[in-house]
Design a protein around this ligand. Structure first.
Ligand code: ATP
Ligand code: MG
Length: 422
């Protein structure tokens, strides 16, 4: 009998049982992007190799060791399976003068290829949804893309995805910072790993992105670009932050945040979950004002991001499992007079169709809150003696963060329903 052939390592089938979560993500993403005026653009899976070397950068992980590059046997051309979509989109935009008359908001989706070590959330063929705003100087469009992602997470019911932002400045600031970095890393040469030593002069910025734990202390102490931004980059970043504040999108400024591809400038951002271990970045992006010119086009400011679909599907899977068994609320009550109020509150919520678990048995407040967290319930209802005396309870969101609110027991069901539909 002939031996059965197997798929290439790190390149997966999506079976019919798994497809519904993929489709849910894809349909929702397309819908949300449309709501913001993004239109579909499709580019080839294979491009000339120099496109990626020039855009992503010669001294990046992707170009140095992750690309599937091969010679076309018929004519000897060097071709590469796309490791990301932005370079191809910019190539297409230049080739077809897409931004000649007006800027363009576009999205694309499909498989990307990187020769990495396969593990959960990291594959050799993986899928991205990729969004690009071409011809916009920002920062309004930078903020809009981030707000759009926050909406997508809400539309998917995903919580616990945290946003980090940073500014990595413009070309001049980056050059000055680069010189400062080389000086700093040279002074600490004996603490550098092999990768870092090799990159020291070629691409010191990439050292900041090192995933080697032994390198973290040295990286922590390095000069920060965010401290050296010029007036224009500083204003861009401040305005971005003001726009995110205005939209109510929470973020952390991480001055160490750099991205794995060389073409970024000014705004960079990442959305990270702690539910997927080391493969926690579910989306990342930023501004790339120099890329059009780098690829032979007219200078055109632009900003974009990519979402990793496999990581989204893993999150949706975990969410589906949790939702199948979790109650809507877990009632925590501590104090002699609290228990009757707790039971009354739970019955009131059940009257309105909620699934509610009331803590039973012993346990101080802290222990009960731990149980509430572990239960997967979306909210804790907290009743103490003080609350009971005042006829109120507190509602605390457990998954998405946010403030605890005190409400009169009489209003609990209505207020709870409002929070649930948020
Ligand atoms: P990581 O730090 O996890 O290697 P990255 O910075 O290389 O990610 P990007 O090039 O910014 O990733 O790609 C955007 C998104 O695509 C990532 O946030 C991730 O969700 C997804 N992604 C990247 N590489 C892979 C891969 N090999 N397998 C699965 N998903 C991936
Ligand atoms: Mg990577």
């Amino acid at each position: 009998m002939a031996t059965a052939l197997q798929a290439v390592r790190g390149m997966n089938d999506v079976l019919p049982d798994e497809a519904p979560l993929w489709q849910r993500f894809e349909d929702t993403a397309r819908r949300v992007f449309e709501q913001y005026g993004y239109r579909n653009l499709r580019v080839p899976l294979v491009e000339p190799t120099p496109l990626y070397v020039r855009s992503i950068g010669e001294h990046t992980d992707v170009v140095e060791k992750e690309m599937y590059t091969f010679a076309d046997r018929l004519n000897g051309d060097s071709l590469t399976l796309r490791p990301e979509a932005t370079a191809g989109i910019v190539r297409a935009a230049i080739e077809h003068s897409l931004t000649y008359e007006r800027p363009q908001r576009v999205w694309t989706a499909g498989p990307m290829f990187r020769h990495e070590r396969p593990q959960k959330g990291r594959y050799r063929q993986f899928h991205q949804f990729d969004v690009e705003a071409l011809g916009f100087p920002g920062p309004d469009v930078d903020a809009e893309q981030i707000v759009m992602l926050a909406r997508l997470w809400r539309a998917l019911g995903l919580t616990g995805i945290a946003l980090s932002i940073n500014s990595i400045g413009d070309a001049d600031e980056r050059r000055a910072h680069r010189a400062a970095l080389i000086e700093y890393f040279e002074a600490h040469n004996n603490a550098l790993d092999e990768d870092a030593k090799r990159r020291l002069h070629a691409n010191p910025l990439r050292i900041l992105d090192s995933k080697n734990p032994a390198m973290q202390a040295i990286v922590e102490g390095a000069p920060r670009l965010v401290d050296r931004l010029g007036a224009a980059s500083r204003a861009h970043f401040d305005e971005l932050r003001a726009l995110l504040d205005e939209a109510g999108v929470r973020y952390t400024v991480n001055p160490r945040l750099v991205r794995g591809l060389d073409y970024y400038n000014r705004t960079v951002f990442e959305w990270v979950t702690d539910a997927l271990g080391a493969q926690g970045t579910v989306a990342g992006g930023g501004r790339y004002d120099g890329l059009f010119a780098e690829l032979g086009g007219k200078p055109t400011p632009a900003c974009g991001f990519a979402i990793g679909v496999e990581r989204m599907v893993l999150l949706l899977e975990a969410q589906a499992k949790r939702d199948a068994s979790a109650a809507d609320a877990y009632v925590v009550h501590a104090g002699a007079t609290a228990a009757p109020t707790a039971r009354r509150a739970a019955e009131a919520l059940r009257d309105h169709g909620a699934n509610v678990v009331v803590h039973a048995g012993a346990g101080n407040f802290r222990a009960q809150m731990k149980k509430a967290d572990a239960s997967g319930a979306r909210f804790a209802i907290i009743v103490g003696d003080d609350e009971a005396a005042a006829g109120t309870v507190a509602i605390k969101p457990l998954r998405e963060g946010g403030e605890q609110v005190a409400v009169p027991v009489a209003d609990l069901a209505a207020r709870f329903a409002a929070l649930q539909s948020r």
